[in-house]
Design a protein around this ligand. Structure first.
Ligand code: NOJ
Length: 533
């Protein structure tokens, strides 16, 4: 399928903005929408097609904004609805579309619906928009189920009146009941509210978790679709309705799913042509730096998406994941929330080389490329944040065992020196003393910098569009593939330099070639001439 204006998303480069940490225009130490506006020229020059904003709505920030108190308002720390409208419009003038985050599984405990529910007595219909239940045990002292929260501990909290309510994340994020008509209608209205303000699409948080089994069985062995609170078949009805709304606009809006599912066939169901347009490829993102495992992931990804006609997405990180420079610098460079612990030995230099190579690899693959803010600067994870500044409930609810996700959320460095490295006021998470070496300013001046690499590869990538993909046979330590007639991408995962095809011109490389050979932990894009010429 070709990528005209209606299909802009099929080959897009989508840049994720974590607004609190991007740029702080009013100097209060937290990034804001005016800060993003002031940096639009930077984003335009980087060459991105769209910005995805993590939630910018009014929120007590118990989970970095994924606890929404009011979808029709912008958090005052970030700005106003007028600021958002101006940002959406100004970005579009520069050719950059906007995607906003929708968090349908839960709301903030400060949302007016939850306040109403708490003020009501057990059994009152105001509680039906959530999952309120009596507990088990003689006096209801045990939670209704043994379900656990994704942030550690039980998924139920008890109120003074004895009832329990469900929260698959933090207690400040009560789960909504999607069989309640208000919940359905409100989300459809919220979609229209933002679509009417010109946003090009939505990223759907925790997209597979909305529908629950009302009988609340324990999690155990189950058939596909039989989990009590994940990937239940009924969830697809919601996205079919959302797709109709998205398609009702003259410029159809786009649905992007956050779908964490190990089974490729279950994942693909969200991408059927009357549901979402695309979903994040977490399979690729969580795999370690290894030719065989990445090749397998690429193959499965391409096959799965080919079957449903949706574009694959390539994601190296986001605001929940250890930064690639740090992750790829570890002996075990795969990612899982369960094994994330403090103090893993890390070779940052090696990680940085691999992260640059990974940028070239993912940019060369067919489909959509996501870039998390700061990855284009090669920022490492900030691992030594003092406990008292860490905000992430994932850290606090694990009793401090899990480092949490603050380390990938540290405010960006714009200048090599000066106050907060050009970010703004004293940053809400402290920047490391050497943050200036990663600054935009320093990297712009250096043609070999990671930022220069990203700018060039995003530019070159435009030529690839819908070019076909074919593997080229290589040593096991090397991945090589062709895009279209004459573009070849080669990635060397080994230690020894790898030979490159004859008659090839290097267009861009993540590291300097050695006597025409590709060093280890590096990638190159080659213009290859057909051999008969
Ligand atoms: C996924 C989001 O990316 C993450 O940051 C958040 O904590 C959970 N969903 C809950 O909303």
């Amino acid at each position: 399928m070709s990528s005209g204006p209606r299909n802009w998303w099929r080959n897009a480069v989508i840049y994720q903005v974590y607004p609190r940490s991007f740029a702080d225009a009013n100097g209060d130490g937290t990034g804001d929408l005016a800060g993003v506006r002031s940096r639009l020229p930077y984003l335009a020059r980087l060459g991105v097609d769209a910005l995805w904003f993590t939630p910018w709505y009014r929120s007590p920030q118990n989970d970095g904004g994924y606890d929404v108190a009011d979808y029709r308002d912008i958090d005052p720390v970030l700005g106003t609805v007028e600021d958002a409208e101006a940002l959406i419009a100004e970005a579009l003038e520069m050719g950059i579309r906007t995607i906003v985050d929708i968090v349908p599984n839960h709301v903030s405990s400060e949302h007016e619906w939850f306040a109403e529910a708490l003020a009501a007595a057990p059994g009152d219909p105001a509680r039906d928009r959530f999952w309120f239940r009596d507990g088990r045990g003689e006096s209801g002292e045990l939670p209704p189920t043994e379900w656990t929260s994704s942030f550690s501990g039980p998924a139920w909290s008890r109120l003074d009146d004895g009832q329990w309510y469900l929260h698959l994340f933090a207690p400040e994020q009560p789960d909504l009941n999607w069989s309640h008509p208000d919940v359905v209608a409100e989300h459809e209205a919220v979609l229209r509210f933002w679509y009417d303000r010109g946003v090009a699409g939505v990223r759907i948080d925790s997209a597979s978790m909305l529908v629950k089994d009302p009988d609340l069985p324990e999690v155990g062995d189950h058939e596909p679709g039989g989990h009590p609170h994940n990937d239940r078949d009924g969830v697809h009805d919601i996205y079919r309705r959302w797709r109709k709304i998205a398609d009702s606009y003259a410029q159809p809006r786009v649905l992007v799913g956050e779908v964490w599912l190990p089974e490729a066939d279950r994942f693909a169901r969200y991408l059927r042509d009357d549901e979402m347009h695309m979903a994040f490829n977490f399979d690729f993102m969580t795999r370690g730096w290894d030719a065989e495992t990445l090749r397998e992931s690429i193959e499965t990804t391409l096959a799965t998406h080919r079957d449903v006609g949706a574009p694959p997405t390539w994601v190296l990180s986001n605001h929940d994941i250890t930064r690639p420079v740090t992750r790829y610098g570890r002996r075990d460079s795969s990612f899982s929330f369960e094994t994330k612990r403090f103090g893993t030995p890390t070779d940052l230099e090696r990680g940085a080389r691999r992260a640059r190579a990974a940028a070239l690899l993912t940019a060369a693959l067919p489909g959509v490329l996501y870039v998390y803010q700061g990855d284009e600067l090669g920022l490492p994870e900030v691992e030594d944040l003092p406990a008292e500044v860490r905000e992430d409930p994932m850290h606090h609810r694990s009793g401090g065992v899990d480092p949490g996700r603050d380390g990938c959320r540290v405010p960006l460095p714009w200048t090599s020196g000066g106050k907060a490295f050009g970010f703004g006021g004293p940053p809400w998470l402290p920047q490391p003393a050497d943050w200036g070496r990663y600054a935009v300013e320093s990297q712009l001046a250096d043609p070999d910098s990671t930022l220069s690499l990203y700018r060039r590869v995003i530019g070159l990538r435009r030529e690839l569009r819908d070019a076909d993909f074919a593997w080229i046979p290589t040593d096991p330590q090397v991945l090589a593939f062709r895009r279209g007639e004459d573009l070849t991408c080669v990635v060397n995962f080994g230690d020894a330099p790898a030979a490159l095809p004859d008659h090839a011109e290097a267009l861009i490389a993540s590291a300097r070639l050695e006597d025409g050979r590709l060093p280890g932990d590096a990638a190159v894009w080659l213009r290859t001439r057909p051999s008969h010429q």
